[in-house]
Unconditional design. Structure first.
Length: 285
């Protein structure tokens, strides 16, 4: 099992120290949440059945890739990911450059979690039609993949068009940093199965997760991709090694954790978790 530490559940003033400690203790990865802007009036939620936004508009927001580049300079081994990056809100030139830069400065440790986004008002504030979220994301991702692997690149699409361009240098990881798609709708699951190397779910239980994982397996089998590596990441409770075995049995590869209740308890929480679930400081054990 891999363990990813979710920095969104922690006061930003502790992100650097927590990432350094997680790196030393043997956690596999740290993950930054991402939004471009929070409108004053927000509605909806990423959690099915909830109507209220999970955060207020005054929540501190940082550029995820700049922040992760800063963390890269403070760490040596731990992987650095977005959970999740709203790729469709950016031009693929800017997005591809941000990912490439993180991968290079970190020595090939970038992980890219992407999503269409739940906050429709954010898209309206950016001057974009929220009904186009999925299509924009798909096209932007396709363009980014070409920029990371081809030269020159020319594109004529629904949302982006440009003459032949050269994008250098390429990311360290080939063909590109691992990509996980977030979201739990049928469209999001299809995007993960068809276009990505993994899927990122929300917080789940051992009872709620199997249906989504099963659907992903069905989709990948239909696409004849079930023989390719594919990483399942989600949040879930872990109280004992037996819990870990049960998560593994249903197909979870990475658990996204925040083993603390208050930010001031985070460092001790990471140490306690490592004492129980990480053996000899080796990542992912």
């Amino acid at each position: 099992m891999k363990y990813g530490v979710t920095l969104g559940a922690l006061h930003p003033g502790l992100h650097g120290e927590a990432a350094e400690l997680a790196d030393r203790l043997g956690f596999e990865s740290v993950w930054m949440p991402e939004h471009l802007i929070f409108p004053e009036d927000m509605s909806g939620s990423p959690h099915p059945g909830d109507d209220a936004p999970p955060v207020p508009p005054t929540t501190p927001v940082y550029d995820a890739f700049a922040w992760l580049c800063w963390i890269a300079g403070r760490t040596e081994r731990i992987r650095l990911g977005t959970h999740v990056y709203l790729l469709g809100l950016r031009h693929p030139f800017a997005a591809a450059r941000a990912v490439q830069t993180l991968d290079i400065v970190s020595g090939g440790r970038a992980e890219l979690g992407i999503g269409a986004g739940w906050l429709r008002e954010e898209w309206v504030a950016a001057g974009l039609d929220p009904a186009t979220r999925g299509r924009r994301l798909d096209e932007a991702l396709a363009v980014c993949k070409r920029l990371w692997t081809e030269s020159p690149v020319e594109h004529r699409g629904e949302f982006y068009s440009f003459p032949p361009v050269v994008f250098e240098p390429k990311p360290i990881q080939k063909p590109w940093p691992p990509i996980c798609a977030g979201g739990e709708s049928e469209a999001a699951l299809r995007r993960a199965a068809r276009q990505c190397e993994g899927w990122m779910g929300l917080g789940h239980t051992l009872e709620t997760a199997p249906a989504l994982i099963g659907r992903l397996r069905e989709l990948r089998k239909e696409l004849e991709l079930d023989h390719e590596p594919f990483t399942i990441s989600l949040g879930g409770q872990v109280r004992s090694p037996d819990d870990v075995a049960r998560w593994e049995a249903i197909g979870v590869d990475r658990l996204m954790i925040a083993p603390w209740r208050r930010s001031r308890e985070a460092l001790d929480g990471l140490r306690r978790f490592a004492d129980t679930f990480l053996q000899s400081g080796r990542p992912g054990t």
